[in-house]
Ligand binder design. Sequence first.
Ligand code: PLP
Length: 360
Amino acid sequence: MSYFRPNIERMSGYIPGEQPKDGIYIKLNTNENPYPPSSRVLHAINEAVNENLRLYPDPVATAARIKIANVLGTKPEYVMAGNGSDDLLSIIIRSFAGEGDKVVFPYPSYMLYKTLAELQDSTACNIDFTEDYALPKDFLIKGAKVTFLANPNSPSGTMIPSQEISRIASQIDGVLVIDEAYADFAEDNCLSLVEQHRNVLILRTLSKSYSLAGIRLGFCIAQESLIQGMMKVKDSYNVDRLSIAAVVAALDDQKSMKTHVEKIKETRLHLMKSLQEMGFFVYPSQTNFVLARCMRGISAHTLYQELKSRKILVRYFNLRRLDDCLRITIGTREEIDILIQHLKELLTTKHSKISNVCCR
Ligand SMILES: *Cc1c(COP(=O)(O)O)cnc(C)c1O
């Protein structure tokens, strides 16, 4: 007999991308930023390493909320900080969805949404994107307590226009969580919807555009009544002293973030063109990764394995609609050129090991 609740017993748990212990891989599998964080962040963390670490941090991370509000042009009362946006997603699901409640999210998208619904023993309504990653007509489910939408989406990199999301926000019953982990790489975002809709929550993170995945800092923007309620649900001290120092310094250095984002967007264009020339179908990307479908008879899984044996890690999902694709994080120009070189080698029929796998 198990001690666990039946829903926990049944679920398989979220499986994060590989994080190899040694540094010998070109790591293009978990959408980390290839560039270092701002030197101001490293300085601020060093400054915060002092005797005050014996004291608890500010429970509501006031300094971080003020800085975030300033940069985004909103009020600190509209902001909540978390131990990564995954922490905020967990706070949101515990705040708004219980046993048997409907939780809606599209497929394929960020796999954590399903795990969160299972944790609550909620009813997960997983609705397929259309072939070209538009939202289907039946995306609106009556009585849903929480609707998650990663925008831009992962793993497709595609984006739903903000006007359409605004329309959804006014038609659904519960809250709409717009997970904008990749907003800094995109042409548009939904921040302005927060004033217009009392059920909209926007999530941002320092993990991708600010090169701080190791710090674990995310934030949520929503109207004050939602933020106040969620404050009751979070851990008392969910953001530590070093993270608060880091986020303030990181947001102070917009120039460093934007310079790196521009480089990544240039490299993204270069990689997309090269992949298309090699015969891949590449989804239009508004993120720091691309989703490429293998069109040449060689399986995506074989390519993933061959790249791994050449010390290049990309993401392969053994899942419906994704098992013929590779998701590739945009690294430095040098890393991406090495990847392209290896892919070219692997795709030439001359390559002995692969040629028998090629069926065309
Ligand atoms: C990376 C990612 C997150 C997690 O962000 P953290 O702040 O590192 O927890 C959340 N949502 C999406 C869609 C992501 O890609």
